[in-house]
Design a protein around this ligand. Structure first.
Ligand code: NAD
Ligand code: TYD
Length: 358
């Protein structure tokens, strides 16, 4: 089959990246995919089980900040499209160890932008319609009070090392559009959930602990609000923006689904009680909820105004929250091997034997 695009997906072994690689394999079989991932703790080759290397797909283990490796890849593969997911992504880790967030999220993004700029402005064969889509977060806009929504024109006001590093990378991406005419696009999405999410984030962590009969840590008063979006809906939005978005623009992506953390946690508990019956203690899983010390600088509320992507590109979420959570619970129940390998660390042994330690 003639390949119509050669797409570099960064971070394709992480949660959203892996879901996106799966979507592309299904929807765009005529695109060649190069997955560049360093396989940090968050990268898991098991997330791409069933996707084999060949003419349509290649995995490259490298750091996005390794300029030589990235530039060589652009030249060798004639990359014409970049979808950049790779990042350090967990706010709590950014509070205890911000350095990696600066290196990967800011310097790594800069390295990719430079490679794209050099490759696409060079003397060599020109890509037909190059595109650089940077995946970002609503957290760059800061924290909302009880009212209001983040739109694409909301001023940036990041408040955690994670969101500050993502905001910096967004600014660099926009600078490359305005200065060099690099055909960039940005998506700023709300909180995702679904299959393959690492059990450090709220929903998979609560799911795992609840199944183990462990306490369920809820930060502060549990009334912080996030706008939850099923990962499959996010990936479809990314594909729309990639194909039909206008370079130089940002697109907010949200679920129109605001929930307090405590509502999310109780819903997960109730679904597990229904699926598995009560634990041996005879107590509902809600009894495991424990309010713990609040996160430093904890943003109170995020909520997305997704009018632009709905009106301009016709995208809107398809999966309702209860349905999405039920699908997610069922995925974790059916994929206990995946969970066990993550929890006991053996998912990393697998790649160490293939690619060496880093
Ligand atoms: P993740 O932590 O699950 O995966 C990140 C992936 O990037 C991993 O496979 C990891 O190995 C890889 N990676 C990290 N550093 C790298 C480096 N230096 N070089 C190459 N690869 C590296 O993250 P995720 O939740 O899938 O998020 C993906 C993107 O989406 C991130 O840019 C994140 O900021 C953004 N985002 C996430 C959410 C969310 O709710 N998870 C919401 C909005 C935006
Ligand atoms: P998280 O999944 O880490 O995403 P983010 O911080 O990027 O929004 O957290 C979602 C919300 O859940 C956030 O308000 C923090 C809260 N939270 C808890 O209450 N307990 C937990 O154990 C975790 C990981 C998060």
């Amino acid at each position: 089959m003639q390949k119509t695009r050669t797409v570099l997906v960064t971070g394709g072994c992480g949660f959203i990246g892996a879901n996106f690689v799966r979507l592309l394999r299904d929807r765009r079989p005529d695109w060649r995919l190069i997955n560049l991932d360093r396989l940090t703790y968050a990268g898991n080759l098991n997330n791409l089980d069933g996707i084999d290397e060949g003419a349509e797909y290649r995995f490259v283990r490298a750091d996005i900040g390794d300029a030589a490796a990235v530039e060589e890849l652009f030249a060798a593969e004639r990359i014409d499209t970049v979808v950049h997911f790779a990042a350090e992504s967990h706010v709590d880790r950014s509070i205890t160890g911000p350095a990696a967030f600066i290196t990967t999220n800011i310097v790594g993004t800069f390295t990719l932008l430079e490679a794209a700029r050099k490759s696409w402005s060079g003397e060599g064969p020109q890509a037909a319609a190059p595109r650089f889509l940077h995946i970002s977060t609503d957290e760059v806009y800061g924290s909302l009070g009880a009212e209001g929504y983040f739109s694409e024109t909301t001023a940036y006001d990041p408040r955690s090392p994670y969101s500050a590093s993502k905001a910096s990378s967004d600014h660099l991406v926009n600078a490359y559009f305005h200065t060099y005419g690099l055909p960039t696009l940005i998506t700023n999405c709300s909180n995702n959930y679904g299959p393959y999410q690492f059990p450090e984030k709220l929903i998979p962590l609560i799911l795992h602990n609840a199944m183990q009969g462990k306490s369920l840590p809820v930060y502060g008063d549990g009334r912080n609000i996030r706008d939850w979006l099923y990962v499959g809906d996010h990936c479809e939005a990314v594909l729309e923006v990639l194909e039909r978005g206008e370079p130089g623009r940002s697109y907010n992506i949200g679920g129109n689904n605001e929930k307090m953390n405590i509502e999310v946690v109780t819903l997960v508990c109730d679904i597990l009680d229904r699926r598995l019956g009560l634990p041996a203690t005879g107590m509902t899983r809600r009894s495991l909820i424990t309010f713990v010390k609040d996160r430093l600088g904890h943003d109170r509320r995020y909520a997305i105004d997704a009018t632009r992507i709905r009106e301009e590109l016709g995208w809107q979420p398809k999966v309702g929250f209860e349905q999405g959570i039920e699908m997610t619970v069922d995925w974790y129940l059916a994929n206990q091997d995946w969970v066990a390998a993550v929890v006991d660390g053996s998912y990393q042994e697998y790649y160490r034997t293939m690619y060496g330690a880093h």
